[in-house]
Design a binder for this molecule. Structure first.
Ligand SMILES: NC(=O)c1ccc[n+]([C@@H]2O[C@H](COP(=O)([O-])OP(=O)(O)OC[C@H]3O[C@@H](n4cnc5c(N)ncnc54)[C@H](O)[C@@H]3O)[C@@H](O)[C@H]2O)c1
Length: 368
């Protein structure tokens, strides 16, 4: 029987990739996206599924419990994939309140809605699944020789963002244990790929290079992250929805530890190479250093470190591999090169999301 999904935050980076992935692989399913369209939510990222018969977009906040309950009941939704969040660590340092309100309060509001409809309404809870998308940042920071995070690593969040995600993870766990809500949680590493808002490291560096700007790197640039292509992340979530245990938590990683400096240098190398082989790129992006043969790496600028910056994250993904047979498939250099290619081909998308006039451009094709 076709599944009926509520995807929260489906106009954001990972949510939009997930909606594309899901409808391509499950064309008969119903996918209702709820998104508040904050600065990070972009309907342009869903343009490709806009006319899909199974797709519906609802402009709403996950904290509007009555709206969510109405959608769950009216659409007979049996699966929630919960991406909606405030997601940028730097913003959480500058102003933590929305992170607590949305990531903890919003997740709790969703859980209350799902409990009311699935457990106290139709009684179909056993057939349903609430999947919460979380981060490896809840586990804190590793030293250079520490073993990677497992699902039983104690939580030690260091930023307001990580703390708010940890709070949400605990609430999901509590709703499973206390009320018997069928849940699952995935904690994944740093994603990269198409539709990534250009405030995060990889798209920021790509766009900055194309516009001839500096490439800011925090501190000594030796902070290590594990990089996961967003398509692999979507496949990982799909495997959990398909055959993951209710009540379980799974780590999803890319088996790809890189320092931030290495990532930025790799972007520079790819852009140098691409511009050297295609004269037309230099004409389209004349401010890019590579357009005049200047090495892009010359634009790397070390800037003051982020307060409390975690040194290293690494994921042990043995559980999802052993239990669900899931492995990431996209090799980092190939994934990075394809991502740069995507930004080169989708200049209108990134220029639009960086421009307020984009808001009027998208008016008119979604419901409130
Ligand atoms: N990006 C990563 O590398 C990464 C890594 C691990 C975990 N995660 C988690 O994955 C999820 C998605 O991350 P992302 O990078 O796609 O984030 P994003 O910031 O790109 O997208 C977030 C989306 O949520 C929407 N949203 C925000 N507040 C909302 C609210 N109150 N109601 C409804 N919608 C709201 C925004 O409009 C946006 O579309 C988040 O929960 C994040 O914590 C992300």
């Amino acid at each position: 029987m076709p599944a009926r999904l509520l995807v929260t935050g489906g106009a954001g980076f990972i949510g939009a990739n997930f909606v594309h992935h899901w409808l391509a692989r499950h064309p008969d399913d119903r996918v209702v996206v709820v998104d508040a369209l904050t600065y990070a939510g972009n309907l342009g990222s869903l343009e490709g599924v806009r006319t899909h018969p199974g797709f519906r977009f609802v402009h709403a906040d996950i904290r509007e419990q009555q709206t969510i309950e109405g959608l769950l009941a009216d659409e007979r939704l049996d699966t929630v994939v919960h991406f909606a969040a405030e997601s940028h660590v730097d913003r959480s340092i500058a102003g933590p309140d929305p992170f607590i309100d949305v990531n903890i309060g919003g997740t709790h509001s969703l859980l209350k809605a799902v409990r009311a409809v699935w457990l106290e309404g139709t009684g179909e809870g056993a057939e349903c699944r609430f999947h919460h998308v979380s981060t490896d940042e809840v586990y804190g920071s590793l030293g250079p020789d520490d073993p990677p995070f497992t699902e039983t690593t104690p939580f030690a969040p260091n930023s307001p963002y990580a703390a708010s995600k940890a709070g949400a993870d605990h609430l999901v766990r509590a709703y499973h244990h206390t009320y018997g809500l069928p849940t699952s949680v995935s904690n994944c590493s740093n994603n990269y790929g198409p539709y990534h808002f250009p405030e995060k490291l990889i798209p920021l560096c790509i766009v900055n290079l194309l516009l001839g700007r500096e490439l800011p790197v925090y501190g000594d640039g030796l902070q290590v992250r594990d990089w996961l292509h967003v398509e692999d992340h979507c496949r990982g979530i799909e495997s959990i929805l398909d055959r993951g245990r209710s009540g379980a938590t799974y780590n999803i990683g890319g088996n790809c530890e890189r320092s931030n400096l290495e990532v930025v240098q790799a972007i520079c190398h790819h852009v140098d190479h691409l511009f050297a082989g295609r004269e037309s790129l230099g004409q389209r992006f004349p401010d890019c250093p590579a357009a005049t043969g200047e090495p892009c790496a010359d634009r790397i600028t070390m800037v003051r470190d982020r307060p409390g910056h975690d040194r290293r994250y690494a994921i042990d993904a043995a559980l999802i591999s052993a239990e669900l047979g899931y492995e990431p498939g996209v090799e980092f250099d190939a994934g990075l090169s394809a991502t740069i290619g995507w930004y080169l081909e989708h200049e209108a998308w990134w220029r639009a999301v960086m421009d307020d006039s984009y808001r009027s451009w998208i008016d008119g094709w979604y419901e409130k």
